[in-house]
Design a protein around this ligand. Structure first.
Ligand code: FAD
Ligand code: UQ1
Length: 439
């Protein structure tokens, strides 16, 4: 045996027998944890460049969901099946799919452990686990979602189909829409469904018997001034009452009561409302797998600690992250992932080539704020909450064209371009459309 072959055999044996679970440690150049929007888009770019056998995606789910469609599902405009694609069809054919959860990260040894005990080692790791929904953090919510047809939640695959029947069944009374006191994906979604409900109930003649309340934990209706001003006008026009600094803490579906903590009350005062319809945007958090990690890979809140411009990990240079599970201080959306996946892949290639990453993600994110069945305000902004609008008109206005973009164009862009690693966000188009203008 040549000395080279001997060395290779030795490395193989070390990898094989260093695994406490007794299973082979499989090795990949690149491991991607999570096959959602971020994981899929990076896997597509990497597999195109690296070829078969080099990239592993660890993703337990049978289906990939286009979650931005769930607002439309809730309003009866689309069916939930239209938002689903088998994971095997959206992940690149050249990647090795491991249909397991990542249960632990060991960045000091460049390995991850899967839920079946198998360990996988890597040269480079991309983490894209999304954000975790915590229904159990609101007392009685899990039970209410099961037992009360008038309690619904567009944020979860198994409950989003309850919303439209509840809109149809509603005969008037108090309708409450909530916004949690935690980080959240698509911060516009809790109010989009409210504007759609308002229009639906006007059409079917129950709106004049209805009071609509938007009970939000925030002190503003939306985090970006320009769009907040537009949304306050929309709420006023629709006669919706906005109650600030109220956080849903309990639902009693037997008595039809929703209890909110008053966040400004020093004595922890609460307020209880009788509801006839309740749409809950639930509490969310970093995924437990990250939050509970014993290695220093997260920030204090449990989100993956990456550089906000290059998306490289702040402590482990061979780890990168994108999407909802990261510390990147922008609004968590698929549109943000569009901006991020291109930058992340650039950083990854540079590090693979022994260079320092020079990417400059600007925080681009977007929220198509649907304000009715035929209108939408397309919010687009950066880290500083400054508008970064693609089109050469004022996007702060409600427009039919933007609803068309959201409802008919975006799903195609998502499946065909974003998930296949061919969409890095609208920046180049914005530059063309704004030629001669300042932004
Ligand atoms: P996800 O796409 O959620 O993917 C995370 C993946 O990780 C999942 O497939 C999951 O199964 C997997 N995973 C989790 N834990 C593990 C583990 N331990 N091991 C392995 N895999 C794991 N965005 C917009 O841009 N515009 C919109 O209009 C919009 N509207 C929305 C409306 C709703 C109701 C919702 C729910 C979301 C909306 N979003 C919108 C947000 C958008 O869907 C997310 O921001 C985006 O999908 C984030 O991508 P991600 O890859 O970070 O996470
Ligand atoms: C976007 O790029 C994107 O990802 C595909 C979304 O997610 C579904 C969006 O909602 C939006 C608005 C964008 C931005 C794209 C354009 C053309 C403005």
């Amino acid at each position: 045996m040549s000395s080279r072959a001997g060395r290779a055999l030795f490395v193989q044996l070390v990898r094989k027998y260093s695994n406490a679970s007794g299973k082979d440690v499989k090795h990949y150049k690149l491991v991607i944890a999570g096959g959602g929007t971020g994981g899929c888009s990076v896997a597509a770019r990497a597999c195109r460049a690296l070829g078969a056998g080099k990239v592993a995606v660890i993703e337990p789910a049978e289906y990939h969901y286009y979650q931005p469609m769930w607002t439309l599902v809730g309003a009866g405009i689309k069916k939930v099946d239209q938002s689903a694609m088998p994971m095997s069809e959206v992940l690149p054919k050249q990647c090795d799919r491991h249909k397991e959860h990542v249960s632990a990260f060991d960045p000091d040894n460049n390995t991850v452990t899967l839920s079946n005990g198998q360990k996988i080692s890597y040269d480079y790791l991309v983490i894209a686990l999304g954000i975790q929904i915590n229904l159990h953090k609101v007392d009685g919510l899990v039970e209410a979602l099961k037992a009360d047809p008038m309690v619904c939640c567009n944020y979860v695959r198994d409950t989003v189909e309850k919303t439209y029947p509840a809109l149809q069944k509603f005969q008037g009374g108090t309708a409450i829409f909530t916004f949690p006191n935690t980080p959240i994906k698509c911060a516009g979604a809790p109010q989009k469904i409210m504007y759609l409900a308002d229009e639906f109930w006007r059409k079917n003649g129950v709106r004049d018997k209805t009071e609509i309340l938007y009970n939000t934990s925030l002190g503003v209706i939306f985090g970006v001034k320009k769009y907040a001003a537009s949304l306050l006008e929309v709420a006023k026009k629709k006669d919706i009452k906005v109650n600030y600094k109220r956080n849903l803490v309990a639902v009693d579906h037997n008595k039809k009561l929703a209890t909110f903590k008053l966040l400004e009350s020093e004595s922890g005062e609460e307020e209880t409302y009788k509801y006839d319809f309740l749409h809950v945007a639930p509490p969310m958090s970093a995924p437990d797998t990250l939050k509970n990690s014993t290695s220093p890979i997260t920030d204090a809140a449990g989100f993956l600690d990456v550089n906000k411009e290059t998306l490289q990990h702040n402590k482990y240079p061979n780890i990168f992250g994108l999407g909802d599970c990261t510390s990147v201080p922008t609004s968590k959306t698929a549109a943000a992932v569009a901006g991020q996946n291109k930058i992340l892949y650039r950083s990854l290639k540079q590090v693979m080539a022994g260079q320092s990453p020079d990417g400059q993600y600007d925080g681009y994110t977007s929220c198509p704020l649907i304000t009715g069945y035929h209108s939408c305000i397309l919010a687009e902004f950066d880290f500083d909450g400054q508008p970064l609008e693609t089109f050469p008109f004022n996007q702060g206005k409600e427009r039919r064209s933007m609803l068309h973009l959201k409802r008919d164009v975006m799903p195609e862009m998502y499946w065909r371009m974003l998930l296949t690693g061919r969409w890095g966000g609208p920046k180049p188009y914005r530059k063309i459309m704004h030629l001669g203008m300042s932004r």
